[in-house]
Design a protein. Sequence first.
Length: 412
Amino acid sequence: MKGVFVSKSSGVLLSVALCAALCVGACSSAGDAGGDADWLGEGGTGNSGPGAGSGLTGGMGAASGGGGDGGGEVCGVDVCPAPQGGVTFDCKHRFLYGINYAWRHFGADFGGIAAWQQPGVAADPGAHAARLADIRAHGGSVVRWWVFPDFRGDGVTFDGSDQPTGLGATAVADLHKALELAAQEDVYLMPCLFSFDAFRPSETVAGIWVPGITPMVTDAGRRAMLLENVVRPLARAAAASPHRGRLIAWDVINEPEWAMTGTSPYDDEDYDPMPELSSVSHAQMEAFVAGVIGVLREESDALITVGGAAMKWAKAWSAVDVDFYQFHMYDWIDTYWPYTLSPADFGVDDKPVVMGEFPLRGLSGASYGALVESWYGNGYAGAMGWHYDEASPQELTAMKAFADGQVCETRY
């Protein structure tokens, strides 16, 4: 795009080209409510819908697409963009800051597990609301929440041949309630659809048959069923929610590298899968991830990422259509791929980079505060500690302390 635009409330001329350089995605009108003091510009923010535009289709100052209650808008001037690196969503360029929830009941939050008397979100809203409120009170703006880490839950239905046939009875209601609670407590959600955990062979766990995902990744027909019968209706349900603007990004899969074997086609180190998993090749996993992304692009305006296990495999998802990279950091990783290095040092500075998991207690040689301050000043786009249910009061206090120092820059 060429030219300039004028923000009427500030009279500021801002180059669209400069603004676009700061954006990871289009400035879609993705919020739940009208006007925001973080922006100098005209018009409120409405819920986004399909066609509102996100991904790499625009930049700050670009006209948002239509759809949603608020319709299209022209973004004004962001008065507090993250200074070094960030993710742009709803016309705000922010350091994507928050925490991994990551579940109240593993595999049950979206669909429940009736056999274990574990309810989904819709049947237990008070407990989830209290946790989301506490996250917000400690400075978290984004919550990474696991959806189907494996198939022990009732959220996905299967036929007698372990082929996925659809969503469970409460999965959509649970997703809608989660988005409603996010709006109520002023946080944004990053649903993580799958995890390496699902690559265990099919087995019975405490009386529940748990199908493994590997045949659905390696077999094109089964993969298509998973995409069309599970991913598409879930993404479509999210887009139909009046609170869809609270879904900031989809995380396709958590740490898929642990279920991959063989060499990397992008000169990363060879994969070293967990022995208890039924692993797949890079090409097979890449086809699966690309297929999920394709469906999400058709049904949703949210951003998209993949929860990469480590900088050890920094280029693993460079060929799929993610809006920002995500990597995880633990002591074993820091030993060889130090947290002090920048995205450019790792060769992944072509898109924003979010540190999607790291210990809330910090690393052996660095406190929580030292980690997030380093990433904030060294070009990273966000940080999300692991994880809320195991967080001590002191760790949550450290989380809040960083947010208090960058109140606007860390809040969508």
